[in-house]
Design a protein around this ligand. Sequence first.
Ligand code: GAL
Length: 328
Amino acid sequence: MKKVFALILALAMVFALAACGGNASGVKTYKIGVAIYQFDDNFMTLYRNELESYFKSLETDTVKYELTIVDGKNDMAEQNNQIDNFITQGMDAIILNLVQTSSADAAIDKIVAAGIPCILINREPLGEEGDESYKGILDNATVCYVGADARQSGTFQGEIIRDLPNHGDINGDGKVSYIMIEGDPENVDAQYRTEFSIKALKDAGIEVECLDDQIGNWAQAKGQELCANALAKFGDEVEVVFCNNDAMALGAATAITSAGRTVGENIYLVGVDALEECQQMVKDGTMTGTVLNDHIGQSHKAVDVTIMALNGEAIENYYWVDYVKVTK
Ligand code: GAL
């Protein structure tokens, strides 16, 4: 009789613990799916690592975050499968760095239909022209975007050149002759940085001449190749090399050195992200400037918002983190 009683008591304790803690040990484990557009990306690697370690730092004896981080390999079909898997696996929240923002609706719709909060990061889906508020986000209380306004980064790049003593006009012919090395053209960061860097110069009354505008897809090797080609073709005419990100600027810096040119003397070079090696180059003068894309601020905000959503707290649709200009 005693044995039966003890068994009933033990079972009751297991059930009670399961009810309050998610499992018998009293620990609540949240399952979080993180879909990154591509692991092979300098900036998103910093972002991803910080996201992971910040989640870890917020764990307690009773709350754990189990992350499943997947590589979209820059392939939207692959990422769609990954999202489907997250839904099947019953993730408690999904952090989504879209491969293609044109697929945002389809992705958001299925995540919302599954009752899972969706935190979009880094690649902002755009609304109608001139309006950054995207309906797919605004329409859903459990969907948000955490990121930085790419227009600001472009403007800062232009201002770095504008604020030079010669305003970027090295040969004194009254105009700034530049080449533009763009990221992935589907990405609004690439579009806005290309547009707003030049707009900042024009707004200051500076005449500009575009010698070359090519797509480097955020990649260092491509940045090097495109810059080398442009320098071979246009030689001393090139006064400023605008790169939509630092990875491509690193490549461009190599091409600039190989072409016997010297940053700060007969050419200027700007990027975005403020990768550690580029911050050092700005200090050394081998890069004119960059713009801090705050992966720490952005990843922490994304984690904080995810946890709010997990706790059932109301979240906003947009969270903005500022860029910061980096010059010597
Ligand atoms: C940008 C960043 C790039 C690249 C891109 C990926 O914000 O500046 O380096 O990581 O995101 O979407």
